[in-house]
Ligand binder design. Structure first.
Ligand code: PYC
Length: 336
């Protein structure tokens, strides 16, 4: 029996896929996108599994559902779906979703060229540029980002010790810079990154508490951001961001770039107003900027955060209609 039919717009943001689902949305319980994300994960996760995993998707697949706004001043809401689950925030996903949505009339902005969006991690603002009905650039003003842990020594079986930081940019990232047991991404193969990342993530997650001070459902380390020498002279830094079980982000990763800027800001290596051109594993670039500094008061004290922005581009390349039929043995995907 057909369990669901989903019309989709397929796009990529700087190389990483974004599947914008335009029909078949489940009705989600909750008032905020954070509550709706929990409801989706508890009651509708088969849709994500069917649309993201092989044979309809692949290891890097990610996508989004656009929902009506949850708050009065927003234009729309986004629920992110990925092979790894439903991320609280996804930068490349936002850039791709805004591009596909504006080009296809799926969102009507209150102010042309600007959007306010509710996402599970909070509220974000977007500015986009258009030429001949194509969106040419998207700048997103991300959620407040901060360095959560610094100079943590992890014992990684067979690899040895790694000194890492953990930073939040909409998701929590372990950040690994070149050191004795890691020569930099330019010296490692994709196979090395895929081999060591899940181990580093689980060791870090077991010893470090990462719970967002304003929303405890945003918790746990989901990504590993490895750094190294960029390929392009005009890039300030390069990364290989690992997510899910086997994915290296093909885009420079919006939440990862926000987390990296928060880390560099906390260490005095970036200041308010600075820009930061971040390069992905395939050489594509986002331009980040530290727009502002903010302080959040929590029961444990005051946390200094940054308000980062990320600018990038996306291209729409296809439309399709995907069915999930529960008589198909691979209706809900598989991993190898
Ligand atoms: O751009 O934030 C991002 C992202 C998260 C996972 C893959 N891309």
């Amino acid at each position: 029996m057909i369990k669901g039919t989903f019309f989709c717009i397929d796009a990529h943001t700087c190389g990483n896929p974004v599947r914008i689902v335009t029909s078949g949305h489940p009705n989600l319980r909750g008032h905020s996108m954070s509550e709706k994300r929990q409801d989706f994960l508890e009651n509708h996760d088969w849709i994500r599994q069917g649309l993201m995993f092989e044979p309809r998707g692949h290891d890097m697949m990610s996508g989004a559902f656009i929902y009506p706004p949850c708050s009065e001043d927003a234009d729309a809401s986004i629920l992110f779906i990925e092979t790894s689950g439903c991320l609280p925030m996804c930068g490349h996903g936002t850039i791709g979703t805004v591009t596909g949505a504006i080009e296809n009339g799926l969102i009507t902005p209150k102010i042309p060229g600007q959007l306010t969006l509710d996402v599970p991690a909070g509220k974000i603002q977007v500015e986009y540029q258009q030429q001949n009905n194509k969106v040419t650039a998207v700048k997103l003003y991300n959620v407040a980002s901060y360095l959560a842990h610094q100079n943590i020594v992890l014992d990684i079986p067979e690899l040895g010790q790694l000194v890492v930081d953990v930073s939040y940019g909409g998701n929590y990232y372990v950040i690994v810079e070149p050191q004795d047991n890691f020569p930099g991404i330019d010296q490692w193969s994709a196979g090395d990154i895929l081999r060591w990342s899940p181990i580093v993530r689980s060791v870090a997650d077991a010893v470090l508490e990462c719970i967002h001070p304003q929303d405890p459902t945003v918790c746990g380390i989901s990504h590993v951001l490895w750094t190294g020498r960029p390929q392009n002279l005009e890039s300030d830094a390069a990364n290989a961001v690992f997510y899910g079980e086997k994915a290296i982000d093909r885009s420079p990763c919006g939440t990862g770039t926000s987390a990296r800027m928060a880390q560099l800001f906390a260490k005095g290596l970036l200041s308010k107003g600075d820009t930061f051109t971040h390069e992905s594993y395939i050489g594509s670039q986002f331009v980040g900027k530290i727009e502002d500094e903010v302080e959040i008061t929590t029961p444990a004290g005051v946390i200094k955060m940054i308000k980062p922005s990320i600018q990038g581009w996306a291209k729409v390349f296809g439309k399709n209609c995907i069915t999930i039929d529960d008589e198909d043995p691979y209706a809900f995907g598989f991993t190898v």
